[in-house]
Design a protein around this ligand. Sequence first.
Ligand code: GTP
Length: 417
Amino acid sequence: SVDVLQNGNATSVVRRKLTGFVGFSNLPIQWHRKSIKKGFNFNVMVVGESGLGKSTLVSTLFNMPLYPPRSEKRPSAEVPKTVAIQSISADLEEGGVKLRLTVVDTPGFGDFVNNDDAWRPIVENIEQRFDAFLEAENKVNRANIVDNRIHAIIYFIAPTGHSLKPLDIEVMKKLHNKANLIPVIAKSDILTDEEIVAFKARIRADLDYHKISLFETPRYEVDSDETMEEKASIISKIPFAIVGATSEVTTPDGRVVRGRKYPWGVVEVDNDGHCDFLKLRAMLVKNYMEELKEYTNEFLYENYRSAKLTAMGVSQDQSVFKEINPAAKQEEERAIHQAKLLKMEAEMRMVFQQKVAEKEQRLKQSEDELFARHREMKESLDKQRRELEAKKAQIESGKAYLSTEEKSRKKGFSLRS
Ligand code: GTP
């Protein structure tokens, strides 16, 4: 059994050995079954001057002719004026595992007198693919999003034996933050072993100097010593010295191999002693295809996405961070609660002020009414007072008349007597 103890905010997990079968040991099998059913997809871009053997290498890597024969490939009338972007997809199957491979070619790259903007259509294409993915992610129905993002770029370096050309440096600088960059020395069979060693050293120095980062190591898992060793041996060969060949030839000792036959002997493709093809295949297909996809999704795309959303003024989505950080989640909940309280308080204050204003209005109204009634009463009292005074004056004058009459009557009486 497994006991989970709550200790304040921290959750401590006690490790116990299971005493009976539970079933989750089947998870890798479940995952395997699901993946087999769903199939995989992988999108690789090839960048390099024409004639460096890009099509040949892709066909060699996946062991099938992906491109139409060279004569049908590009009729001379259709020579592009700028770098074009062409994509070819193929459904491959090996041991019951399905893979949809998409190869994005960049014909015309480096072919012009002025190659200043050669990187632009390539970067635009990569960004368009990121944008399409971002749009699909933001839709209500996010199930079955097709991942058309570029998972790796094989950058072909011409086998000059000198150093990188300014165009190589400029383009790789523009690309290394957008896709996993894997540089290869094309047609390395034309260089001697010593030339290759020196050329590789100069290329690596140039890449370091210009801070161009390459896809080198899987960054998450803690590997066994064996895997670490294999990884180190792959990385030590970058940039891979490549030989491509789709046809089989017979070696002087009678073996049938994929390779290129020269009057002095055979250069074998699948031979670590002759070139780095197997190392490239290990990195791209056999060992690290999933890593390339994971790194594209979690770092390259994520950087692009957050930069784009920030530029659009959308605050960054911290949900992934919050999921793994309970303190951040708690802080966010507290902030939401606080905001709710403030909103309620503001609403209550508003209602209170409204009620007070209504009461004041009513009081003012009744005050006005009282004043009006008071004025009315005063006026009617004044009127009554005036009438009474008039009556009083009338009575007074009547009284005066009567007393004069009385007096004269009394006077007449005394005279008569
Ligand atoms: P574009 O489609 O024009 O861009 O050419 P690409 O880069 O796809 O080259 P492609 O694969 O068509 O090869 C051009 C020529 O180079 C062909 O004749 C190939 O046989 C030859 N080639 C391809 N790979 C190698 C190699 O590793 N070594 C040598 N010596 N020749 C090669």
